[in-house]
Design a protein around this ligand. Structure first.
Ligand code: ADP
Length: 172
């Protein structure tokens, strides 16, 4: 199975890394696809930064490759020769939107299956937005994101060498 795992990954959390690691064990090739979504107004990281960070944290997984894409997911999947889309499921709140997306993609391309991997309990509350919010407020995110990503988030929050679209000032 060649699978694609799409998302915003702004930035990747330990929940994402867990899904990537587990999906890589059941696929011959896994493409983590960072969505280049111009509608998302204030990303913390540019798409290139997200690709670079994912490449760094997935370096130990030989069958995982990181790409970015815009446009229709099923077209990108077909272009890569992928026959499956992987999505993570946290809570029931994820379910409705994920089902809608899966059905839509199935209608657009019946050859591509969507497979759901359920989160591990310890990551079930994790989302990129929550991790960003806690980091901006100065909280401890060491159990939520891989350390290279925590470092980059702190650089970005402190106005360091991040270079993204949006500078986040320190908030008290
Ligand atoms: P999107 O903007 O497409 O929701 P995300 O980067 O937020 O992209 O998430 C990508 C995928 O990873 C989605 O399928 C999402 O449900 C899943 N995911 C996100 N966080 C977790 C987590 N903590 N555990 C399991 N899956 C997760």
């Amino acid at each position: 199975m060649i699978a694609i795992y799409p998302g915003s990954f702004d930035p990747a959390t330990l929940g994402h890394l867990d899904i990537i690691t587990r999906a890589s064990k059941i696929t011959s090739r896994l493409i983590v696809a960072v969505l280049n979504n111009s509608a998302k107004k204030h990303p913390m990281f540019t798409v290139d930064e997200r690709v670079r960070m994912l490449t760094e944290i997935c370096g130990h997984l030989p069958n995982v490759q990181i790409e970015s894409f815009s446009g229709l997911l099923v077209d990108f999947a077909e272009h890569l020769g992928a026959n499956a889309v992987i999505r993570g499921l946290r809570a029931m709140t994820d379910f409705e939107a994920e089902m809608q997306m899966a059905q839509t993609n199935k209608t657009l391309n019946p050859n591509i299956e969507t497979l759901f991997i359920s989160t591990q309990a310890e990551y079930s509350f994790l989302s990129s937005s929550i991790v960003k919010e806690i980091a901006v407020l100065g909280g401890d995110i060491s159990s939520m994101a891989p350390s290279p990503i925590i470092k980059k988030m702190h650089q970005k929050i402190n106005g360091g060498t991040g270079g993204g679209e949006e500078k986040h000032g320190r908030t008290y």
